[in-house]
Design a protein around this ligand. Structure first.
Ligand code: HEM
Length: 252
């Protein structure tokens, strides 16, 4: 794959060849080599059935979910600069973000709407996969990974809801965590309960029995660190499996 043209000498430098192991491909075999030796291109298969890239096959819903997750990561990191997770500061930080910080309101709304849209996109993606019958072998393991991704998406949304520390957040999380208290086995009010109020699912979520400072810091850590770290790991497995299971189901 020897390169030609006025700037070809750049592509022959040691620096260039140490980064790019192959030249510009001339045929399908060389294209294969380029794809396999580049981490970004390697994410995509070298060959894709034409039918599976038709818009109507997927409605791009998995990709839209991923895109929204990326928007959430970028806007979330920017929001972290202005937000402090303590009961005395959280509410006023959000008010200041909206009223004082340049583009603060836009930033907050981008994050909020992307969060809502991601929940809808993931549910729609799951419905698309279900109606295509793409949960059947050999894709059943990827369906299970998807279920974990759905639960984490909902949990990401739920944990973020408390952070503005306003009345809506406070009471929504009070209701949500009371539901955890009624869960079977792990909720102290639930059927077949094996725990007491101080050690059930609600207490673990809240760091106590009421929505207070301990709950806020737990939700903050879950929302900003734990879930955003775990989700990309699961997504990596999810995308890898799509590839290894022969790409998106092309015929149904
Ligand atoms: C954060 C959430 C998710 C992301 C980012 C994501 C992303 C993707 C992408 C990009 C694809 C390939 C193209 C497409 O179908 O759009 C895909 C395929 C797939 N996803 Fe997801 N997904 C997520 C959640 C889920 C959920 C909740 C389920 C099911 C419970 C699921 C099950 C599957 C299956 C079985 C495939 C293979 C589909 C086929 O072969 O036709 N995914 N996913």
């Amino acid at each position: 794959m020897r390169s030609k043209g006025p700037l070809a000498w750049i592509r022959r430098t040691r620096f260039w060849t140490s980064v790019f192991r192959t030249g510009i491909p001339k045929d399908a075999r060389e294209q294969h080599a380029v794809v396999l030796s580049n981490v970004f291109l390697h994410l995509h298969p070298t060959r894709v059935p034409q039918a599976s890239i038709r818009f109507i096959r997927t409605f791009c819903l998995g990709g839209i979910s991923l895109l929204l997750f990326c928007v959430l990561l970028v806007t979330g990191v920017l929001l972290m600069i202005y937000y402090r997770p303590t009961p005395g500061l959280a509410y006023t930080d959000i008010q200041e973000l909206e009223a004082v910080v340049p583009f603060g309101q836009l930033l907050r709304n981008l994050h909020r709407w992307s969060g809502h849209a991601m929940v809808l996109a993931v549910i729609a993606h799951m419905a698309r996969v279900f109606y295509a019958g793409a949960y059947r072998p050999p894709r059943e393991f990827n369906w299970v990974i998807g279920v974990f991704l759905l639960v984490l998406t909902l949990f990401l949304s739920f944990t973020g809801y408390l952070l503005p520390w306003d009345q809506l957040a406070y009471w929504a999380v009070t209701v949500g965590t009371n539901m955890a208290a009624s869960a079977p086995f792990i909720g102290h009010l639930g059927p077949f309960s094996v725990v007491d109020a101080g050690g059930d699912a609600r207490a673990i979520l809240l760091g106590g029995e009421v929505v207070g400072a301990d709950a806020l810091i737990r939700f903050y850590v879950l929302h900003c660190v734990v879930i955003p770290v775990v989700m990309p790991l699961l997504m990596a497995i999810h995308f890898y499996r799509v590839r290894k299971d022969g790409g998106v189901l092309a015929r149904y």
